[in-house]
Design a protein around this ligand. Structure first.
Ligand code: ZN
Length: 635
């Protein structure tokens, strides 16, 4: 009956033992069905023990694989966090859901993610994400009664929440479940994504910090499962472990992921384990499968009609009820990356895997035999023109079958945002132009420059750490000077890159950030204005721009811009502090106090800035009294 075993057996035995003669059966029947989807960001299949890796620490995942089904050749749909997650939650390829990159696209309300269907069927639903890239503003929260993730922070790194904290929050939610509840939980760990900063305990145990990050996630997953066991929620639980994409780690000249469609970033772990697939325990599936198949698979296993997700790709991973493994179809699997275009203004890539072949079309074409050449080092396109022709036809057919759905929303073009931006004086069209314009650069020729850009950005992160005092208010002049030197180095790299990469949006944003860090607000301003035209709802860019405006005497614009940042992200503390500071400087203590109180209301218990905010508010209240002012809401 049990799907898999963990350490807390005595507790379970005592639970089952108190059921009387018919107890265990009744109890079994009254248990709700649980599905836990675990996505570990940026995790290559070949860094997991169950996939043959010897240098890591993935005991929990390996045990799930032993007791479940392991897909040896699982592929993501795009090597980018938001598009890939949108596919695995909606069952729709990026060519159809239209979320082609992080930050600028959003899933429409009309999309049907799996959580929405399960909630309709009475499941409790909770999502716990580790990165701001999956913030609810991008639309993946649909169908989740709880959607919990980190708030936006102001620095060059993306706001992330470590695995331990993600699991803490998930456990709080699990503790609200009753034994009879059906439930669907999505857990997203962001740790293996750069920067690699594992807890010291893990850093010391592994040769590579990437392995340490994965091991940390694995142990936190183990802690979560142990908690479910303790709560008596394991019997009817099914766990799916996968990743949104891998990491190139220089296999194909890319430091990270997103630019290319090679296996280093497309091949991900996929393990399905637990009660719904018990009959197939221990199976390894060797044919290629796509993560786009997860919703169709889950609906089939749960006995829910596929037409409840009408747009979904109907290629379940498993045939029948989970006991038989061979698929009825070996349809080609679609791949894409538009990150080269949206982040760098380079030519994008489309591709597919069909049987043993991978076909990639960028400015040129590439063909690989994944069986004899899994490293994709030998491009066969020139010697197998007939295969290329056939696969090009298959790609066209895939694109025709899975093209833009009516509900696609380009976030950058949302009417409310557009109006707000026009009010601010921005008329730039984000994401305009033709991605397949032949004059766009070939990413292969530009990826070395991207590495230099990454080097500059990591210098900026180090400089940021230097500028952050260990205790509030204590700045170490030597550290500040060192931080300034790092920023000057970064600036030199970036300015050097503008010769060949002047149109690169990330380069322009980085130049704005580095000048901002050096206190050159007038110099930073045009870069932030351009960056905002690319990503009109970027809260951090809006805020930086607001600071540049106020520092260059454009106060009205500054206030409008920061208010926009605050309204887009009501949990963005710096916007409140800026507005409070501005009003205080102008003697409007009542307005300043209103913003400080609003911030206090947004802060969660235990927030590290809580005491400082309370202290500032008390100060403002004294000033209000002295000047006979009352708290005043904004105009
Ligand atoms: Zn990712």
């Amino acid at each position: 009956m049990r799907a898999f075993t963990l350490a807390a057996l005595p507790f379970l035995i005592s639970l089952n033992g108190c059921g009387g003669p018919d107890g265990p059966t009744e109890e079994h029947n009254s248990r709700g069905r649980g599905v836990l989807l675990v996505t570990i960001d940026t995790t290559r299949a070949d860094r997991i023990g169950a996939y043959g890796y010897g240098g890591g620490g993935t005991d929990t995942i390996d045990r799930l694989a032993e007791e479940g089904i392991l897909f040896e050749q699982a592929l993501s749909t795009a090597p980018i966090t938001l598009p890939a997650h949108a596919s695995l939650l909606t069952g729709v390829y990026p060519s159809a859901h239209g979320l082609h990159d992080n930050g600028i696209f959003k899933l429409s309300e009309e999309g049907t993610p799996i959580a929405e269907v399960l909630r309709r069927h009475g499941f409790r639903t909770g999502a716990f994400v580790g990165s701001f890239i999956l913030d609810r503003r991008y639309g993946l929260d649909q169908g989740f009664e709880v959607y919990d993730g980190p708030r936006q922070r102001m620095d060059t790194t993306v706001s992330e929440r470590p695995a331990g904290r993600v699991v803490d929050r998930a456990i709080q939610w699990i503790d609200t479940l009753d034994l009879g509840d059906d439930y669907f939980g999505w857990i997203h760990f962001y740790d293996p994504h750069l920067p690699w900063t594992p807890p010291d305990l893990y850093r010391l145990r592994f040769d590579h910090p990437y392995d340490a990050e994965i091991a940390y996630c694995d142990e936190e997953l183990g802690r979560l499962l142990a908690h479910l066991e303790k709560r008596g929620l394991m019997d009817e639980l099914t766990v799916i472990v996968t990743a949104d994409h891998g990491e190139d780690m220089d296999d194909h000249g890319e430091a990270n992921h997103g630019v290319f469609l090679y296996q280093s970033t497309m091949h991900v772990p996929l393990i399905v384990s637990g009660s719904l697939v018990q009959k197939a325990a221990g199976t390894r599936v060797s044919r290629p499968v796509s993560l786009v198949s997860l919703p169709a698979t889950l609906l089939r296993l749960l006995g829910i009609a596929a037409d409840e997700m009408p747009d979904m790709v109907r290629l379940p991973l498993l045939d029948g009820d989970g006991a038989t493994m061979e698929p009825a179809t070996t349809a080609p699997l679609y791949l894409e990356t538009y990150l080269p275009y949206y982040s760098h203004r380079w030519h994008p890539y489309l591709g597919l895997v069909s049987g043993k072949h991978k076909f990639i079309r960028g400015k040129g074409v590439e063909l690989y035999d994944l069986v004899t050449d899994p490293q994709e080092s030998n491009n066969l396109a020139a010697v197998r023109p007939e295969v290329v022709k056939g696969l090009e036809r298959e790609l066209q057919a895939l694109l025709a079958e899975y093209s833009d759905l009516a509900w696609v929303v380009d976030r950058a073009l949302e009417e409310g945002d557009r109006q707000a931006l026009e009010a601010l004086g921005y008329t730039g069209g984000a994401a305009g132009g033709d991605p397949f314009n032949r004059s766009l650069p070939d990413p292969h020729e530009r990826v070395a420059g991207q590495k230099e850009l990454n080097r500059a950005r990591s210098l900026m992160i180090q400089a940021n750490l230097m500028a952050t005092p260990s205790t509030p208010g204590s700045q170490d002049p030597a550290k500040l000077e060192r931080g300034r030197e790092l920023l000057l180095q970064a600036q030199a790299i970036l300015e050097d890159l503008t010769r060949d990469h002047a149109a690169d949006p990330l380069l322009r944003l980085s130049l704005g950030e580095v000048k901002f860090g050096l206190g050159d607000h007038a110099g930073a301003l045009p870069y932030f204005e351009q960056a905002l035209a690319e990503q009109p709802d970027s809260v951090s860019t809006l805020f930086s721009l607001g600071v540049c405006y106020v520092q260059t005497g454009k106060t009205e614009r500054a206030l409008k811009t920061v208010r926009k940042a605050q309204s887009l992200d009501p949990k963005f503390s710096q916007a409140y502090m800026f507005l409070a500071w501005h009003h205080r400087e102008n003697g409007n203590y009542g307005k300043a106090a209103w913003w400080m109180q609003a911030l206090l209301d947004e802060l969660e218990p235990g927030d590290p800035s809580l005491r400082q905010v309370e202290h500032d508010l008390a100060l403002l209240e004294r000033l209000m009294k002295q000047h006979q002012q009352a708290p005043t809401p904004p105009d």
